[in-house]
Write a protein that binds this ligand. Structure first.
Ligand SMILES: Cc1ncc(COP(=O)(O)O)c(C=O)c1O
Length: 406
């Protein structure tokens, strides 16, 4: 039976014989974001009156620095409420270019910069590079949205497992084995969500060589670049072998506690920026001018708020990792960056089963490692973007659950 058109609404919905609305294959095949879904479940339980200690969401539990909020308010008072240039205001593009020249050693001028939410920057980069059937390599375990973004662009996601040897690393030989004639893009992420590991300069040199030898573009996701404890961040786009093929994305969300502002940047060669700008023009149009004024104040306002937040995250990390390691069946390396403890739980259960049991019995919400890829199975992610009291209480609740369920 062929689909029929349901005429009862302003828009006509195509119905299949069972009467359900038909959606595109692309969107039907897409899994909802596992991390957001769990966060929603926690909110539901809380609405029902259960007190949940939630460590699932990836956002700093700090408020946006006052000078950023004040600059935004002033922009609103001045009526900065209209469209802006699609690639972003020139003053902000200039400030971002200056920032990445001095901090990341990237050779950036304003024409190398477009202002957009970081998540969208990654999606648009993939859209701009990938044709149907092209393959995109990304880390496993890795951020939950890389695969879906590739799928939505018609590409084939190729997660390449990392190995956990006192910190998660990508073996070059594993990546090389995954490369085919269709490999178009490699996405890397340093520091990593979910593992907190970093890709150091030496590893980046290997990746850059591989990308050059196989003519692969690199998308470098550096959203956690300011949250590194004790080591220095390095951008692969600054390496001669990678500078002309790398798209670097970062932004304000994690560094300035501005997740809700949806503002970030992409740095790339001017041709890539022009292509992405076409996508921006036909979708988002631009970022609000008042948000860009706030972001500019962030870049111009010094680093004291970043430093303060980083100190607190480090203190929490140094507190929570030993507490987790004291618990039977749990082992956790010290993460070098971001704000996640990615720990192993060796009790014969899947990470999803463990996450569900802990939510139900210990009222602690964690993200199952399998949400981040097959290699994440056996692990749970605990975000330490939470108060020290909650972290302590969370570790105690996990410990008591583990000891009573041995
Ligand atoms: C690894 C990684 N990349 C990109 C993003 C997207 O950042 P934003 O919320 O600023 O768009 C996130 C957000 O959680 C992330 O964890």
């Amino acid at each position: 039976m062929s689909p029929r058109v349901h005429p009862g609404f302003l828009y006509e919905f195509i119905l299949h014989p069972a009467g359900e609305i038909l959606f595109s294959k692309r969107i039907t095949e897409l899994e909802p974001s596992a991390t957001i879904a769990l966060g929603n479940l926690v909110k539901k339980l809380e609405r029902e009156g259960t007190k949940i200690l939630s460590f699932t969401l990836g956002e700093p539990d700090f408020t946006t620095p006052t000078h950023i909020i004040e600059a935004t308010k002033a922009a609103l008072d001045k009526g900065d409420t209209h469209y802006t240039p699609s690639e972003g205001n020139m003053d902000l593009r200039q400030a971002v270019a200056e920032r990445v020249r001095s901090r990341n050693s990237l050779k950036a001028q304003p024409e190398n910069v477009i202002i957009l939410p970081t998540k969208l920057a990654i999606y648009m980069a993939v859209q701009a590079l990938v044709d149907d059937g092209d393959e995109v390599i990304f880390p496993d375990p890795g951020w939950v949205s890389y695969g879906p973004m590739v799928q939505l662009s018609g590409g084939r996601p190729v997660p390449v497992p990392m190995v956990n040897m006192d910190g998660w690393k990508w073996e070059l030989s594993d990546i090389e084995a995954a490369i085919t004639k269709r490999t178009k893009v490699l996405i890397m992420n340093t520091p990593s969500n979910p593992t907190g590991s970093i890709v150091d300069r030496k590893e980046q040199e290997g990746l850059a060589r591989l990308a050059r030898d196989h003519d692969i573009r690199i998308i470098s996701d550096e959203i956690y670049e300011n949250l590194i404890y004790g080591e220095t961040h390095h951008s692969i786009g600054s390496l001669p072998a990678a500078e002309d093929r790398t798209i670097t994305v970062s932004g304000f969300s994690k560094s300035y506690a501005m997740t809700g502002w949806r503002v970030g940047w992409m740095i790339a060669d001017p041709d890539t920026i022009k292509m992405v700008n076409k996508l921006q023009q036909h979708t988002l149009t631009c970022l609000p001018g008042f948000v860009q004024k706030g972001a500019l104040a962030g870049l111009k306002g010094g680093d004291s708020s970043i430093e303060e937040m980083k100190r607190e995250f480090r203190a929490r990390r140094d507190m929570i990792i030993p507490l987790l390691n004291e618990i039977d069946t749990i082992s956790c390396e010290v993460p070098k960056g971001a704000f996640y403890a990615f720990f192993r739980m060796d009790n014969g259960k899947s990470s999803l089963e463990n996450a569900e049991l802990l939510l139900k019995h210990a009222h602690v919400a964690l993200t199952p490692g399998s949400a981040f890829g097959k290699a994440g199975e056996g692990y749970l992610r605990m975000s330490y973007a939470a108060s020290r009291e909650d972290l302590e209480a969370g570790a105690a609740a996990i410990a008591s659950h583990v000891s009573s369920h041995q």
